[in-house]
Write a protein that binds this ligand. Sequence first.
Ligand code: ADP
Ligand code: MG
Length: 725
Amino acid sequence: MVDLDTPLKTLLGARAATLLADGLELSAVGDLLNHLPRRYHERGELTDLADLTMGETVTVQARVEKVERRPMRGSRRSMLLVTVTDGRLSLVLTFFNQTWRERDLRPGTTALFAGKVDEYRGRRQLVNPEVQLLDPEVDGDTDGEAFANALVPIYPAAAKVPSWTLARCVRLALDSLEPVPDPLPEELRRRHRLPALTEAYRLVHQPDSRADVASGRKRLSWDEALVLQVALAQRRRQTESLATTPRVARPDGLLAAFDAGLPFPLTKGQREVGAAIAADLARPVPMHRLLQGEVGSGKTVVALRAMLAVVDSGGQAVLLAPTETLASQHSRSLRDMLGNLARAGELGGDDQATRVTLVTGSLGARARRETLAAIADGSAGLVVGTHALLHEDVVFADLGLIIVDEQHRFGVEQRDALRARGRRPPHLLVMTATPIPRTVAMTVFGDLEISELTELPGGRAGVSTYVVPAAVRSWTDRMWGRIRDEVATGRQAYVVCPRIGGAGADDDQVVGQDGEDGRPVRPAATVTEMLPQLVDGELAGLRVEPLHGRLAPAQREAVMTSFADGEIDVLIATTVIEVGVNVPNATVMAVLDADRFGVSQLHQLRGRVGRGSAPGWCLLQTAVEQDAPAWQRLTAVAATSDGAELARLDLAQRREGDVLGAAQSGGRRSLKLLALLRDEELIREARVEAVRLVGDDPELAGHPALRRLLTAVLDDESAAFLEKG
Ligand code: ADP
Ligand code: MG
């Protein structure tokens, strides 16, 4: 009795099982069946040896007659001349530098050979054709017609496991497989016209047509999508079952005082999101919301108003930032916005006032003790900080709300750890400026309700973006000239480098050292090299300072403060300035070796300029050629400021693994088949089904097979994946 858990050893014997285990990490029948063909060879294109036309790409099926090895002229290597026959005619195949093929292509072997028809000294030939060995035992005696019409699965094979060996193992597995319990409920399958699991395996491994493949793959994609969405639906449900303290602002309280003093009217979006958050906060279950909004869309005000509502009701609110630079900047801007309302106990402080405290890893022992005391006795209403806040010795008097800025750097686990800091689970608001396509949001952030701020507050002049080819001297000169001009009129500038440089590992970002074709390229510009070069050259006479992640936090903070105060003209920085840094007087940014950055990252960086009333400039310098994909990417960034459009582009250019963070987890990809863009509709449908399933049967008691799959997937790969969410 063979099921998905049967060890391959039982089915195939020790030798084959070892081969599959070592070469492909496949150990059970289920692993083997989930090792899907990479593509399919169309036997339909089979061409008769009599009909070969020059220049056409063909597949021929033939038997090896003779193999000769010949030295190549002027080289120590050899070439292989393989004569194949269909029984009547023969054809010569020429393989350069592939003498290893001698092992496979012994006389008598039958195989498919695919390639372009060529002519050499009047004889037709195929040069370096693709070879698909046909297993004589299995494929040898099939009847011609059926054989020609079927698709040959081509597996991602390992060196020692050729594709046809895999095909044979799969055939054995499918032939002896008992009907397996199906994780997809029958009624769901009927609604979406999906084949049963066993059938789906047959369709993808032994298809008769492209339609079979599509139907089988769709069904298997559903498994992935549904499992993920069920996991997320369960999480949401769990959150809903928690009890917390409702937080409602007092009509004459801190929030009211703040609103009364606001120097600008809130945008429509800010009002709407604010109302949604206020409604969430007033409920006795914890809020669990994601706020998405372009850089500069005014999320901070929205966050602050939510925090003030909580303080009004006697609680405390935390604002968590991914870096110390950003945390201190946040605490500064909260204090600025609050003015007297942040000066409790100080001269000139308002009666209603509270206090903003900053907790980072670089606090001295004494300052830390005092800060923690203020947090513990509740006198600090607003607490801003980094991961350091996750430390257990941080005790809150009454933590009511956690706001996480720049979500993508915080995992679910960290969120949970923070929530455990309150007496009752606090409300949670997650903010991100990284535009996220809807499906990604639904998948990666699927356990959060989603709000968006779409319009930018008025009065922004916007940013003009240009691609600057490094090879054209006059353009590069104009780039530095633009920076000097802006500084001359009292504005400030950023120069962004992909790397820090100097000794030690770069830790501010991961920027590949390989070109798009995988070849190493020249090292990207570094802050440590550019700094002296610019100070002595293009930016001579200007006040220039470096900013990057290897500076001591206090030093970074000092640099940011002087930049914000206008005491520095130009920052030579890494992507530490990517998130949230807000200096409205900065009007120009030059990104060096801009091709080293992703689309979203560039968009994010660019958001640092044009934040005030003066127009901003973003100059993307690159050494790549104009026909390189990287150039296209940069032109696309220059052409639009629509974050959502760029997010789609970004996603289309990256592998999903990277988007989901699986690449960093080092584990296997949890999403094998789903492509977040292509499968948008499917993911949407799966979400609806998941909500229905979990609503009717939260523990999936009536769906043991689905529950089993869920546990397996979650234990395994998606644990890491969800963490990254
Ligand atoms: P985000 O955090 O979304 O990038 P911020 O909250 O930092 O954006 O806002 C960017 C700038 O816009 C800040 O200087 C802020 O004071 C200002 N701002 C926010 N809301 C408005 C508004 N409704 N009208 C005018 N300016 C606003
Ligand atoms: Mg912000």
